[in-house]
Design a protein around this ligand. Structure first.
Ligand code: GDP
Ligand code: GDP
Length: 436
């Protein structure tokens, strides 16, 4: 299911990021708790009435332009292009300003639903200052206060009413959905062209049904695939498309719709922080992943270079030790033929289901070899395990007391499960449920 996108737009200092943080709430904290994974602050998930949506704080997208008015315009254009609903924010404390009028002018020309929110309405008196904003022509404003948390529910309700209906996923189960993610210039488009350009690939030109994705369905050796494009790959030239945060946001949307994510790294430049963020999203989203180290032709090599690079990847992406690594060149086509078989393999592992009795045999053996942790004389007892879902494979352990589980023991069990069943290329999830 593709989630709709909501963007917050407005001139600087009206309180966009304050409201953004209020809406995404404690989700951020939960995610940031995991070591090695950082969350981009401008992009999050919100929820209201059981519907979740992507939320973008366009103010956080830095545009390398000194002129504020120009930056605001670019951010507003971005929101128009990306969002299903736009929250246009102004501020009652400073009143209606020419910069607000600028934003309004741009938004007015779009045909996206717009919810006008006036922030910093911290007290009853300020309510009177909200009237002048009717002049903007976007109907009744919602009064909110990021400082006190007033009006957020009402704002979300208004947004909720404008959300488009959920779209069902448009592909059959036997189609492997693949995306290539990575920083600008790592060679994503070159790789796409090279792997699609190969003989015996039948590309059908049917346009993607999702608004902002350019999907390419194709078939090779009897297997159906869809290449989920991160748009930035083929459509270029907009100012914001070169910004890091924008490309991360684009990547996240593609990841969400994929089964298998090809994390492309530039061999010439090595691994940088941004690569880790991008890969981290694939991991968090529970997708199968393959590291594709591209531009291998451009690296000066000896007999240790490949191992050394693999070691660096393992060291930098500790949380993704399950993902295979492939060294390729889009330029010379070196090892590109290995991509398809690997994609097929990890897609299969991602959807693998283990029979309950077999799983429980493995868990029992693991427990027998290495007893579960105990605390203050109380030992964790694992009564029963079952796989509750696939994509990614997810397991539930029924235990006497979930808090007795240790990270290291969970790791141990994960390793035992992997040793027994493989699961190469896919994250697996283990949850604890109390049942004695
Ligand atoms: P942005 O530039 O639009 O993202 O604005 P920020 O969220 O960074 O907020 C700008 C300033 O306004 C900060 O100093 C906030 O603490 C303050 N602020 C945000 N919401 C409120 C509010 O509801 N009332 C008041 N009085 N100040 C607020
Ligand atoms: P994207 O921004 O990730 O889509 O990257 P592009 O596919 O546009 O490639 C960026 C640049 O790297 C272009 O100049 C490509 O010609 C070059 N490039 C891509 N793949 C390779 C490769 O395998 N080897 C070398 N030497 N250059 C490459």
């Amino acid at each position: 299911m593709a989630k709709p996108t909501v963007a917050i737009v407005g001139r600087p200092n009206v309180g966009k990021s304050t409201i953004f943080n209020r809406i995404i709430g404690d989700r951020v904290a939960i995610v940031e708790d995991k070591p090695g994974i950082t969350r981009d602050r401008i992009y999050g998930t919100g929820e209201w009435n059981g519907r979740s949506f992507h939320l973008i704080d366009t103010g956080g997208i830095e545009i390398s332009d000194d002129e504020i008015v120009r930056s605001i315009k670019v951010q507003a254009e971005l929101a128009i292009e990306e969002a299903d609903v736009i929250v246009f924010m102004a501020d009652a404390k400073s009143g209606l300003t020419p910069a607000d009028q600028e934003v309004a002018g741009i938004l007015f020309r779009s045909n996206k639903p717009i919810v006008l929110a006036i922030n910093k309405v911290d007290n009853m008196q300020r309510e009177e200052d909200v009237y002048e904003f009717y002049n903007l022509g976007f109907g009744e404003p919602v009064s909110i206060s990021g400082a006190h948390g007033f009006g957020i529910g009402e704002l979300l309700q208004r947004v909720f009413e404008e959300l488009p209906p959920d779209t069902e996923d448009e592909y059959e189960d036997d189609v492997i959905r693949v995306s290539l993610i990575g920083r600008p210039n790592v060679g994503k488009s070159s790789l796409v062209n090279a792997i699609l350009g190969e003989e015996r690939v039948i590309v059908s030109n049917q346009a993607g049904t999702t608004r902002d994705a350019i999907d390419t369905p194709f078939e090779k050796d009897g297997q159906k695939y869809v290449l989920i494009d991160t748009a930035g790959m083929r459509k270029r030239g907009k100012v914001y498309e070169s910004t890091e945060k924008y490309s991360v946001m684009r990547a996240m949307k593609a990841i969400e719709r994929s089964d298998v994510v090809l994390v492309v790294i530039n061999a010439e430049e090595g691994i940088i922080e941004q690569d880790k963020h991008i890969a981290g999203y694939a991991h968090e989203a529970g997708k199968a992943a393959i590291f594709i180290v591209n531009k291998w032709d451009a690296v000066e090599k000896d007999d240790k270079t490949l191992q050394e690079f693999t070691r660096k990847i393992r060291e930098q992406f500790l949380f993704m030790s399950y993902a295979p690594v492939l060294f390729v060149s889009a330029l010379t086509h070196q090892r590109l033929h290995r991509i398809y078989p690997l994609v097929n393999d990890v897609a299969e592992q991602h959807a693998l289901r283990i029979q309950t009795h077999v799983l429980n045999d493995v868990i029992s053996d693991a427990i027998a070899m290495n007893a579960p942790p105990s605390d203050k004389g109380r030992r964790l007892k694992i009564n029963y395990a079952t796989q509750v879902s696939v994509k990614p494979p997810t397991f539930v352990l029924f235990v006497n007391e979930p808090s007795l589980m240790h990270f290291s023991y969970e790791r141990y069990l994960e390793n035992k499960i992997r040793a027994a069943f493989g699961f190469e290329g896919t994250p697996i999830r283990i949850f604890m449920r109390r049942k004695s």
